[in-house]
Design a protein around this ligand. Structure first.
Ligand SMILES: *Cc1c(COP(=O)(O)O)cnc(C)c1O
Length: 398
């Protein structure tokens, strides 16, 4: 074959990557809804279990539809290897537990997706792993947190919910000097706009539930990195603890990812305009969008991202004003999901971050006036009108 898929444009990778047609020559990717596989002979079964024959054994281990999704995502990411799992949280859980043992230490940014924070703060300590949370924008804090037993660091950038940016390359340098592996949760960055592996990360994780599906249908997750590292750290955990993704969900994600590049670029274009509109409106205080020059880490965002994605956070001053904003929306949904074709807005301090104690919320700057919005694919003019009206409503009575 003269074509090298690694050289393809992202849009081509998303349509053609990993495609493996059956003997029937189907156009669309086949859905192999099967739990197990049969063998030509007893000797063939023996060869598959020994690994001498690389064929499929059981869908908890691997499945042909899931393999197509894994290859497609790996090609897009520029990763050697990918394992798809049942959800983003399954991916984060496996990514961390595969690297850590009792007595090890983890360093993580203090602003994290709620369930990721729970794993680090509550679950890992039960098994003898200690976590130190740091202000992820402060390189001295990362450096000071490193210990001889630090085996992993977890970076989420842009971070939920206030879109704080961490310098991946700088933290990777600090972590590697201390002998720790670098795990990056790249959901908000998306595989279109941010490539953590090229910046020094060892492992990238995704919730495919978000932009990769992008149409609100299924949960999914993925872990990407070097094949040796993934095989050594994760193969047996995945086989024996059962976080396997349903082949049906892999198939939905395979079809969803075909339009990822188109969708995320359009959403980002609309988000950039809305962020300016929100920032210019008298109802809003601070407006956080990594593509705006007034974002506190705008320079790092520009250096490590090629686009600034579709999430915006903005402060309307009080919980009452934030709720008036949400309740006045007629097109945008009130929902904590993100990356969807449908625009959505949420009030983090009473939803996604309500389990976080107030002092920890204030530590990351999350006051009750903040709204987080995920911009979808509706017409930009319609969204501007809806958001403008809701901002007017937020200001009334304040
Ligand atoms: C949604 C999300 C997750 C968890 O993914 P699920 O698919 O919901 O399990 C993890 N990290 C980030 C940054 C997310 O946005």
């Amino acid at each position: 074959m003269a074509e090298n898929p690694n050289d393809w444009d992202p849009a081509t990778k998303l349509i053609r990557g990993g495609l493996s047609r059956s003997q029937f020559g189907e156009t669309a990717e086949a859905l192999y809804l099967t739990q197990s596989f049969v063998y030509d002979s007893a000797a063939d079964a023996d060869a598959r279990f020994s690994g001498e024959n690389p064929g499929y054994i059981y869908s908890r281990y691997a499945n042909p539809t899931t393999s197509m999704f894994e290859e497609r995502l790996a090609l897009l990411e520029g990763a050697e290897y990918c394992r798809a799992l049942a959800s983003g949280m399954a991916a984060v859980h496996v990514a961390l537990t595969g690297l850590l043992r009792a007595g090890d230490h983890l360093v993580a940014g203090r602003a994290l997706f709620g369930s990721c924070r729970w794993i680090c703060a509550e679950l890992l300590p039960r098994f003898g792993v200690e976590t130190t949370f740091v202000d992820a924008t402060d390189l001295d804090a990362w450096q000071a947190a490193m210990r001889p037993n630090t085996k992993a660091v977890l970076i989420e950038t842009p971070a939920n919910p206030l879109l704080e940016i961490t310098d991946i390359a700088a933290v990777a340098k600090i972590a590697h000097a201390a002998g720790a592996k670098v795990v990056v949760d790249n959901v908000f960055g998306t595989p279109i706009f941010q490539k953590p592996l090229t910046l020094g990360a060892d492992i990238v994780v995704y919730s495919a539930t978000k932009h990769i599906d992008g149409q609100g249908r299924v949960l999914g997750g993925a872990i990407l990195g070097a094949k040796d590292l993934l095989e050594e750290s994760y193969r047996d955990i995945i086989r024996h603890t059962g976080p396997a993704i349903s082949p049906f969900n892999s198939w939905v994600l395979l079809k969803g990812i075909e339009t990822l590049d188109l969708r995320v670029r359009r959403q980002t274009e609309t988000a950039a305009a809305l962020a300016d509109q929100i920032a210019d409106h008298p109802a809003s205080g601070r407006t956080l969008y990594p593509g705006r020059a007034d974002h506190p880490q705008a320079a790092i965002a520009r250096a490590q991202m090629t686009g600034f994605s579709n999430l915006i956070a903005f402060d309307l001053g009080t919980r009452e004003a934030a709720w008036r904003f949400l309740d006045a929306l007629e097109i945008v949904d009130i929902s904590n999901n993100l990356g969807d074709a449908k625009s959505m807005a949420t009030h983090p301090s009473t939803t996604t971050h309500r389990a976080m104690p107030e002092d920890k919320r204030l530590e990351i700057g999350l006051t009750d006036g903040y709204v987080r919005m995920s911009v979808g694919l509706e017409g930009a003019g319609d969204l501007a009108r809806d958001v403008g009206r809701a901002l007017d409503a937020a200001r009334a009575n304040s």
